[in-house]
Design a protein around this ligand. Structure first.
Ligand SMILES: CC(C)(COP(=O)(O)OP(=O)(O)OC[C@H]1O[C@@H](n2cnc3c(N)ncnc32)[C@H](O)[C@@H]1OP(=O)(O)O)[C@@H](O)C(=O)NCCC(=O)NCCSC(=O)CCS(=O)O
Length: 381
């Protein structure tokens, strides 16, 4: 896909930052499961958080295609770092679309500068894939709200300052009885669970949040009461483009590592890249990565054109996630025994890829959404 000069410049800046700062740090971050504050400070200064925030709200105002290009490059460096960019994009998109002027003023700038750490809080023990099953409640209390319940597997929970929490405000109204609240995570009644130790993307801090009679002011409500489910879902379309780009970045890093290694590693008196079996592995990797990249960019372009992009976003997320797992497995195969050893980049990439088939909606749910859209709008839409 053709990109504009501005998109190329932003992509190249993210690429350089990934090559010089992120990729060299990735192995240690994975090993130590460390939240890289110093990298996020630099990204905040470079404008790599809140990529889509309009200029009049203090952001760079880039389109979704530019966001996708940035996410791929950051993820080529290290997926956990890209995932932080994706999380800030979800939250800032919610604020841009639904925040009051006061809420935007209070949060957008500090979130984009990485001074305030955010969490997007949907998932609960009984409500992962089926978002309509959440049990966290916010009940009216005087002029404000009283929040009770708990969330699990929340990205940034161990370090976040503020959570955007989906809660039930009308028990009888199903998915139309949910609202989003902006919650100070240092407030009385908020408890954090322990940090989870994950298979991959180990620098991303994930854990539980519990809310026991947390008192919220009227101004904590984001957007319209009762519209929380729709608001969370509508930003997930863009979120899925972000995760798909992140998956492409993981695949691309695997391909680069595999091509380098195949040229250096010698067996039977020659570099293994001279064997057709290895060439076909590399060719299949390149083919599927490029296909995923084009699906991602096409979905991003649909969002930018204001079209219904739900099917395109789910196709991109599903294809790119499956591709990343399959093709990083190929990268491990090219490395042979070395690829199975901690410290080799491809071993980490394979672990980092797996969650892209699960988070932001499992790939089974993406297939369900694709099928529903086909039935709703027809096969040619
Ligand atoms: C399974 C789901 C797709 C929803 O299925 P349901 O059958 O429960 O709901 P629907 O009938 O399809 O929809 C209800 C309602 O919502 C509207 N809707 C649905 N999708 C969208 C959309 N994309 N944009 C806007 N609005 C949407 C739909 O029109 C209906 O409206 P009415 O009320 O009829 O007017 C869904 O539950 C789903 O996607 N599940 C997966 C959950 C998921 O992705 N979880 C990930 C959480 S976030 C995360 O993983 C990490 C974030 S981070 O980085 O920390």
């Amino acid at each position: 896909m053709l990109i504009t000069d501005t998109q190329r410049q932003v992509r190249d800046m993210a690429r350089q930052f990934a090559d010089e700062v992120i990729r060299p740090a990735a192995e240690a971050l994975d090993r130590d499961e460390r939240f890289p504050v110093e990298i996020y400070d630099q990204m905040g200064a470079l404008g790599l958080f809140g990529v889509g925030v309009p200029e009049e709200m203090g952001g760079p105002g880039f389109d979704t295609l530019t966001y996708a290009l940035v996410m791929e490059e950051l993820s080529r460096g290290y997926a956990s770092v890209a995932d932080q960019c994706g999380l800030v994009e979800l939250i800032s998109t919610l604020l841009v679309r639904h925040g009051t002027p006061l809420q935007r003023e209070q949060w957008l700038g500090s979130v984009m500068r990485a001074e305030t750490r955010v969490a997007y809080c949907i998932t609960e023990p009984e409500a992962g894939t089926d978002v309509s099953g959440i049990r966290t409640t916010a009940t009216r209390d005087g002029s404000g709200w009283r929040l009770n319940g708990g969330k699990i597997w929340i990205h940034n929970a161990p370090v976040a300052d503020v959570g955007f929490v989906l809660a039930r405000t009308d028990k009888e109204a199903g998915h139309r009885g949910m609202s989003i609240f902006i919650v100070d995570l240092h407030a009385k009644g908020v408890e954090r669970g322990p940090k989870e130790h994950k298979m991959g993307q180990r620098a991303s801090q994930v854990g539980a949040l519990n809310f026991a009679d947390v008192m919220l002011g009227e101004e904590a409500l984001l957007g319209e009461e009762g519209k929380g489910f729709h608001m969370m879902m509508s930003v997930l379309d863009k979120g899925r483009v972000g995760i798909a780009s992140l998956a492409v970045g993981i695949g691309q890093a695997g391909l680069e590592a595999a091509v380098d290694y195949a040229q250096q590693r010698r067996q039977f008196g020659k570099a293994i890249v001279e064997f057709q079996g290895v060439q076909w592995l590399l060719a299949d990797m390149a083919k599927d990565i490029e296909a995923a990249r084009l699906l991602v960019q096409s979905a991003a372009a649909k969002i930018d054109a204001g079209e219904n992009a739900t099917k395109a976003c789910s196709i991109a997320k599903c294809f790119a996630g499956d591709m990343a797992v399959a093709r990083t497995a190929d990268a491990v195969q090219v490395f042979g025994g070395s690829g199975y050893i901690r410290g080799f980049e491809v071993e980490r990439l394979y672990r980092d890829a797996k969650i892209t088939q699960i988070y932001e909606g499992t790939n089974q749910i993406q297939r369900m959404i694709i099928a529903r859209e086909l039935l709703k709008h027809g096969a040619r839409a």
